[in-house]
Write a protein that binds this ligand. Structure first.
Ligand code: EPU
Length: 418
């Protein structure tokens, strides 16, 4: 196993290119199997979650090839093979195989998803959706066996506006008979991206990005070419890192509209933010005001930026309160930040953060975004080396992290763990 070594204290300066969105990619790759001919995905991020997904599709019989950020998926000869164990356990987003295989073949057996388990992450709303579409769902020794003679459109109200359930239902319903309406659908940009791909494949989906999505089922879907939207969480992470190191960074290849919540919060702290057409410039300041942040569903402040934001709030002069209304216990970064000298108390769904200087330490990333929080913390420590283990979590979502940071002037390298 590798560990990430960071000698901090240098303000980040320069331009960083943002890759395609991880949380789109891990839905678009399985969505491609609903087609019966080749799907080409452009702007794909080079992250381990996507690599694992491409291996899973090959195990199911698809032909998958990749050159740089372009992936070609030909699912013509794909079969619905039961996948109770193995690679599906490595990914949270393997649950999208349920909707995709169910839509194409009327059956799927998939082991319960793994991935970043920062708290219990139920999939009851996914199952509720499949059942409403006429499927039978059986839990067989920890695997979900889902089957239907004929999926039929239905009206489905989600009890929570779940990103995964919304996408999974869109996948299955796009090949059901008749119309499906999802009420209280999630509105995240990645949902629009999946609907755009499915529509390019011949599906009929309207309303993605609003709380009501209508899907007219079709008999067959065909191949197409689609470019993945920029990763708003990766962009937000570099925005936060630029501010935390008091740097000056142009975050390029972004959709500024997707970054409104983080932009507003950075400005509230006193960070200088310039919005351009497809980029955002962050100019850090010497002192920041403490603020309150509430992580909510989109277009609210993203829960995935909650951990990196915790680190930035340690740089403010005073007490900030950060409350996560999406995941109430997503605080695995807090004890590690405390090892680095942070003064943070968790009360219920809130972290109460008192600003102060951080010091170098040996810390462990327990999940992807906790890892991002530690990387940013390490970058702020004056001329001392922080060692971060659990790098495999970070590599699940941040492509080319070391190189991107080095291009911004950071001192980052990897060593083998003893
Ligand atoms: N929920 C339920 N039942 C369900 C589904 C969700 O109660 O059936 C609850 C969850 O426990 C949570 C809330 O609903 O409290 C929202 O969960 P959601 O289903 O929206 O999350 P997800 O689809 O599993 C995606 C991202 C996460 C991101 C969340 C919230 C992917 C692969 N993952 O997860 O991304 O935190 O939406 O925006 O798209 C990450 O990138 O680090 C990450 C964890």
């Amino acid at each position: 196993m590798e560990k990430l070594m960071i000698r901090g204290g240098r303000p980040l300066r320069g331009t960083v290119q943002i890759s395609g969105a991880k949380n789109s990619a891990v839905a678009l790759v399985p969505a491609a199997i609903l087609a019966e001919s080749e799907v080409i995905l452009d702007n794909l991020p080079l992250i381990s979650d996507v690599a694992v997904y491409s291996e899973i599709l090959q195990e199911l019989g698809a032909t998958v090839s990749r050159k740089d950020d372009v992936m070609r998926i030909n699912p013509a000869n794909l079969r619905s093979v039961p996948m109770p164990n193995g690679k599906v356990k490595l990914l949270r987003a393997s649950y999208y195989l349920m909707g995709a295989l169910l839509g194409r073949f009327g059956e799927a057996t998939i082991g319960m998803p793994g991935g970043c388990n920062f708290e219990p992450r139920p999939i009851d709303q996914h199952i509720k959706g499949f059942e409403a579409l006429g499927a039978t769902v059986v839990n067989e020794h920890g695997s979900m066996k889902i089957f239907a003679k004929q999926l039929r459109g239905a009206k489905i109200y989600l009890d929570v506006a779940s990103v995964g359930a919304t996408i999974n239902i869109m996948l299955a319903a796009s090949r059901a008979k008749g119309s499906t309406i999802i009420e209280n659908a999630a509105k995240e940009p990645e949902i629009i991206d999946v609907a755009t791909l499915l529509n390019a494949m011949g599906a009929v989906i309207k309303g993605a990005g609003t709380e009501t999505i209508r899907i007219e089922g079709v008999d067959k879907l065909h191949g197409c070419r689609h470019s993945i939207i920029p990763d708003r969480i990766q962009a937000g992470t570099y925005m936060i890192a630029a501010a935390a190191t008091r740097g000056d960074v142009l975050i390029d290849n972004v959709i500024p509209k997707h970054l409104e919540a983080i932009t507003a919060k950075l400005e509230e702290m006193g960070v200088e933010v310039h919005e351009l057409d497809e980029s955002i410039r962050i100019i850090g300041k010497d002192s920041y005001s403490p603020i309150d942040v509430k992580a909510l569903v989109y277009p609210g402040f993203a829960t995935d930026l909650q951990s990196p934001m915790t680190t930035l709030l340690t740089q403010a002069a005073g007490v900030s309160i950060l409350t996560d209304y999406v995941y109430g216990t997503r605080f695995k970064h807090v004890p590690e930040l405390a090892r680095m000298g942070a003064n943070i108390r968790v009360e219920g769904r809130s972290a109460i953060i008192e600003g102060g200087k951080l010091n170098a330490a040996k810390v462990k990333a327990a999940d992807l975004r906790a890892g991002a929080a530690l990387v940013i913390a390490a970058l702020t420590v004056d001329n001392d080396i922080t060692e971060i283990t659990g790098v495999e979590y970070i590599d699940r979502g941040y492509d080319d992290l070391d190189e991107k940071l080095r291009l911004l002037g950071a001192e980052v390298w990897r060593e083998q763990e003893e």
